[in-house]
Write a protein that binds this ligand. Structure first.
Ligand code: SF4
Length: 224
């Protein structure tokens, strides 16, 4: 019989504490204004942090504000964001996202999301083409400190191996499940530490289980 909610929550608490002991407890800092975060998260799809940053800086350098990005020739946006890769997809995606915000909200601002219930804010953001639960959750959590738990590829893989979620649960579905397991005050630190653990130890192809502090609590390691 699969473990119940209480057992999984107990496991999460142990995992949370072990990760925090080794990696510390990351504190949320305000990263970018919300529109910047929206553009940044689109740029970050399938690229490294360094390339995303180069593309974002090039965009800010080339255009005086987001309105001019929105109204620019798509080729000019594409040229500026080339360092992030997939510029052919990301340039129109960024412009469409900005146009959506302008059309639906009347100005290029997402500040109103700070006062909306999380699920409502997520649903609003997910109407934008190319914005799924991960991007929406990143904007709400990172920018506003709202209780949304983003699930990227590392969070998804490590959570499945540990048995916090089922092995067949998709990343999209994992958002809702992990939001019910993780304590909202810990969303940010747990998200950051799971990513770090996935990058440094629990690699996709060859997890370094022999040096992992979570062995005892890991379904994959325990052969469950
Ligand atoms: S024991 Fe292995 S599979 Fe489990 S979390 Fe650690 S590295 Fe990943």
């Amino acid at each position: 019989m699969p473990p119940g909610h209480d057992a999984i929550q107990q496991k999460y608490r142990i995992v949370y504490n072990l990760l925090s002991k080794v990696y510390g407890e990351p504190q949320r800092r305000r990263y970018h204004p919300p529109i910047d975060q929206l553009v940044n998260t689109i740029l970050s799809q399938q690229t490294t942090g360094a390339n995303r940053q180069r593309a974002f800086e090039a965009l800010k350098e080339r255009f005086p504000n987001w309105e001019s990005v929105m109204n620019a020739d798509v080729a000019a946006v594409r040229e500026a964001i080339r360092p992030a890769g997939l510029a052919n997809q990301k340039a129109p995606r960024i412009q469409n996202a900005l146009r959506f915000v302008m059309r639906e909200h009347g100005k290029l601002s997402l500040d109103f999301l700070a006062d909306r219930p999380v699920q409502e804010g997520k649903a609003w953001l997910m109407q934008i083409t190319g914005v799924g639960p991960k991007t929406a959750s990143i904007i709400l959590l990172f920018t506003f400190g709202l209780p949304a738990f983003p699930v990227d590829t590392h969070v998804h893989r490590v959570s499945r191996r540990l048995g916090l979620i089922g092995t067949k649960v998709t990343a999209d579905k994992a958002h809702e499940l992990l939001e019910n397991i993780v304590e909202p005050d810990n969303y940010y630190a747990f998200h950051i530490n799971l990513i770090r653990h996935g990058r440094e130890i629990c690699h996709a192809r060859a997890p370094q289980c022999q040096v992992c502090m979570l062995q005892e609590w890991c379904d994959y390691f325990q052969g469950k």
